[in-house]
Structure formats: C-alpha cells, structure tokens
Design a protein around this ligand. Structure first.
Ligand code: ADP
Ligand code: MG
Length: 507
C-alpha cells in the first residue's frame, strides 16, 4: 500500500522519434562481440549467415548454437510492414462495424462523455480506479489546468478477483473508508466521485452501466448484467459512507484521454498498456450510427473501443501455437486475442510457453526445467523488462532471474542470449501491435496533421524501448505523417480523468 502527494503527473515527458539507427548499430556490435566471445570449437558454425528475417530493432543476437531456433522463432513472431498494414486496414473496418451496430467484435462503446475539459475546473473530487492489478482511491484537487492528487493503492488478490460481487464491492467500500479516515476527509460535505471501472460496460448514462463480461482474470459472480454504480452505492450504504455522489462511471481509457486533454487540447486518443490494453478517442456524433441515447450537449463523444477483442476471429493477427496454448488455458478462451498478444498480464506467460517448448525439445537449459517455470503465469512481464535491460557481457542479471528467481539449475551464456532474444521478440511484437491499433484510430479520425496519444499503464511506463518500438512501427505504416503523432506518457491519468469527468458531468 502506498500513499502519495503527486502534482507532477501531468508533466509527462514527450518521447522523441528515432533511435533505430543506434539500436541497429548496437545489434551489429553485439553480433561482432558474440563472434569474438565464441569458443574456438564453435567457430565453424559461425559461417551460418545472420537470419534472413531481421526484425526492426534487433537488439541482441544469440550465440551460434541457437541460430536455427532463433530463426524459427523470428519467423513466427515478426510482424513486418505489410502485415502491419493489413492489420490497420482490418482494424479500421472493425471500428466502423462496431459503430454501426451492437454485438460486433469491437464493441465501440459510447461513453456518454461529450465535453472536452475546459481547463478551468476547480474543486476536490474523489476517484476510484479498478484497473486489473490494483484498486486505487484518490482525492483529486482540480486547480485549473493543474491537479494535485492524494492516493492510496490496494492490491487486488487473486482470491478477491473470484470472490462474490458483494465481497468485491464491500472491499472497495472498505478501502474508501480507510482513505477517508487516514486523510480525515469531512463527509458532512457532499462530494462527487468518479468511478473508473476498466471492464466492458454497457453504458446507459454517465453514471449508469452494466458489466457485459469480466476479463483480465476476474470471474467474480453476481456482477455481470448488474449496474456497477448501484453495486458500489449499496456497498457504500452498508459501510455507512454517506454524502458521496457517484457522478461518473468511466473506463480507464476515457479517464486517461480526458485527463490529458485537460492540459493538451490536441489529445484525441487515450490508450492503456497495463494489465490489459484498450483505447478511447473522440468520435463525431454523426459517425456513431448506432447511437440511440438522444440529444447530447456536443457534436462529438468519447468512444471506448474495447480493442483488446480485436480480431477474436483471428483473420489477420499472426497467432502462434504459443498464443493458442495461452488462450486455451485462460479463463476466457477465444476472446481478447489482441490483448493476449500485447498486455502486461500475458507477455511473460507467452515467454514461459516458448521456454517450456524449447526445454521439451532440448534446445534450452539442456532440457532442465524447474517447478517455478512449470507454474502458469510465474514468469512475470517485469522479468522481461529486467532481461531486456541486461547489458552485461555475460548477461548476469538474466542469470539471476533464471537461476535465482525461477530456480533453473544451470544456464549457459548461449541459453541466456536465447532467452533475451525471446523476450525481445515478444516485447517488439507487443509494441508493434499496439502501434497498429494507434495507427488505425488516427486513420479513422483522420488526424494526421497533429494528434497526441495519452498512454497510461505500467507496461508502457516500464518496459524498455517500448515507446521507441511503437514509434518505429508507426513510421513504417504511416510514413512521414507519423512525425505528427506524439505518444505521451499519462501517469495516473485514469484516476484523475474520472475525477475530472465527475466534476464536469453536469455541463
Ligand atoms: P492496472 O492495469 O491494474 O491499472 P498497471 O498499469 O500498473 O495496473 O499494470 C500492471 C501490469 O503491468 C502488470 O500486469 C504487469 O505485468 C505489468 N508490469 C508491471 N511492472 C512492469 C515492468 N517493470 N515491466 C513490464 N511490465 C510491468
Ligand atoms: Mg490502470
């Protein structure tokens, strides 16, 4: 649990385009280094050429012993430019279909959020943020294009994800109660609250919506088809929390978009790259033919794409046997296919599936495994970040992850280089697919002349090279116009955005 006073959340760095050349150069240097470092006995096999398919941003090259394995994996995991273009085209088609009628692959949910923030909003608002891994309670103090934030973070246990709906919502009320106590908030004063609930919601008003289905590992019974605002209000009443008006029910993508639009009016898209992945954007009302909600106060509305479900039919996404294994064993098979190839919850598990396969064929760790490695989801996405960041000559940090954390009895340097390459392939594929989603949204709204994409989530924030890999992919599919698309980190955007929407819900 942590509590923080943070006023810097909106001073996010703007990432710059173009590190490809440096990274490609480092690939060459590393290849030469691995050649020099290879023992004499292996030198004959070094005449094996560098694999024909070299994906963009090749960072490390494994020792010769694993060249064949790596060539095979590169074939499966590389998404080249023409595949990206096909994905973008299909994405735009799916978006149009989702805006036309209900029940499509991309749900394209109208959010009831119509007003861009004016930037002069002030006051203290509460916000709750249920992402997938954590639940956060925040007090957001709006000070006109500036915000201050007090927050407390609570971890959601696996048991709670599967507990009854009453237990889950009682937990939320308990967290709010603790926060109110800790910060001595006066509940004699009526307060507005924005509820960020990042699951597919059939929204019927700005503060009303029923859960369509769970994802990201949640199965809690008694919530699907119920209004989650009502469930929260009931839990507040049971806990004796009065005077809190739940003024807005918001998806985290919508919150991220709005909180960033508060300070940068060029922000048209909000993206989440955390436990799951999703995006929201401003769509003109006349491009949402399925809208039946009556007149709205503006000619545009934020649409929550629920893009994690893109291509569940697997028409254009190059799913591998590893993705299929992960999907089959998941609580929601054949759904969220795009999300399962991209987001933090799944990347480590894909790597684990590949490693297990290579142990089975004797291509890794001389066939040795460990109990930890055999345990589903035990290989965390954060380990991939650590491995990708390991630039020691013998990959000693990778050795620590594999031998000390995962308990693999012994690894060779060549094993470690192969594992690092696997992480790169899975990490690069994730970044390129999320870039394809961004390219599709920008294409749909025709904002090639200038568009800021606000991105929240720990994957984007912490995974090395992620932003640059996205930018490289955007440049491949959009050419020079990609230079007008700015990817900005929007930390804590989802909570702050919910507060902002709650504050502005009445105009
Ligand atoms: P939420 O999705 O609940 O809002 P976050 O945005 O913090 O939460 O995302 C949590 C996810 O981010 C986890 O699933 C985890 O896999 C991933 N993650 C956490 N730390 C790292 C890291 N250092 N590198 C890559 N991914 C990470
Ligand atoms: Mg989040």
């Amino acid at each position: 649990m942590s509590s923080a006073l943070d006023s810097s959340a909106f001073k996010s760095p703007v990432f710059l385009f173009g590190l490809t050349t440096g990274i490609a150069l480092s690939a060459v240097v590393q290849y030469v280094l691995s050649y020099v470092a290879t023992p004499q006995t292996q030198k004959s096999s070094l005449s094996v050429p560098v694999p024909a398919i070299v994906p963009p941003q090749t960072i490390s090259v494994p020792l010769a012993a694993h060249i064949e394995t790596i060539t095979r994996l590169e074939k499966d995991f590389t998404i080249n430019t023409s595949m990206m273009q096909k994905i973008v085209k299909q994405f735009v088609n799916e978006m149009r279909k989702g805006l036309l009628s209900d029940g499509q692959t991309l749900k394209m949910i109208p959010s009831y959020v119509c007003n861009r923030p004016r930037g002069d909003e002030v006051g203290s608002v509460l916000a709750l943020d249920l992402g997938g891994s954590n639940f956060r309670v925040c007090e957001v103090i709006l000070e006109g294009q500036k915000t201050r934030l007090r927050q407390k973070k609570f971890v959601i246990s696996d048991a709670l994800k599967n507990a009854s709906g009453t237990d889950l919502f009682d937990f939320f009320a308990e967290c709010v109660s603790k926060f109110v106590e800790e910060h001595a908030l006066d509940l004699n004063v009526k307060r507005k609250l924005g509820f960020t609930f990042s699951f597919p919601i059939e929204q019927t008003a700005i503060n009303k919506g029923t859960l369509m289905h769970w994802n990201k590992g949640f199965t809690s019974p008694g919530v699907v088809d119920k209004d989650v605002v009502e469930l929260l209000a009931d839990a507040f009443a049971r806990k004796g929390l009065h005077n809190i008006e739940i003024a807005a029910l918001v998806n985290d993508t919508v919150g991220t978009l709005m909180s960033h639009a508060y300070l940068d009016s060029q922000t048209h898209v909000g993206v989440i790259l955390g436990t799951g992945t999703n995006a929201a954007y401003f769509e003109p009302m006349d491009k949402i033919p399925k809208w039946r909600g009556g007149p709205v106060p503006s000619n545009e509305m934020v649409v929550n794409t629920e893009w994690g479900a893109f291509d569940n039919e697997q028409i254009v996404l190059p799913v591998t046997k590893f993705d299929r294994r992960l999907d089959r064993a998941s609580p929601n098979p054949q759904s969220q296919i795009f999300e399962k190839m991209i987001s933090g919850m799944y990347l480590g598990e894909i790597v684990r599936q590949i490693i297990l396969d290579l142990i089975g064929t004797g291509e890794l760790f001389r066939g040795q495994s460990s109990e930890n490695l055999q345990t589903p989801y035990h290989f965390e996405t954060a380990y991939m970040s650590r491995i990708e960041r390991d630039h020691t000559t013998e990959l000693s940090d990778t050795k620590a992850v594999l031998e000390d954390i995962l308990n693999i009895p012994s690894t060779t340097e060549s094993d470690r280089r192969l594992v690092k390459r696997i992480c790169e392939l899975v990490g690069i594929r994730s970044a390129r697919l999320s870039a394809a989603g961004v390219a599709a949204v920008v294409t749909k709204i025709n904002r090639f002349d200038g568009c800021t994409i606000a991105i929240d989530g720990s994957l984007f924030a912490h995974y090395p090279h992620y932003a640059n890999r996205m930018r490289d992919a955007l440049r491949e599919v959009l050419g020079l116009t990609a230079e007008n698309i700015v990817l900005e980190q929007a930390r804590d955007g989802s909570g702050q955005g919910a507060a902002l929407i709650a504050a502005t819900a009445s105009y």
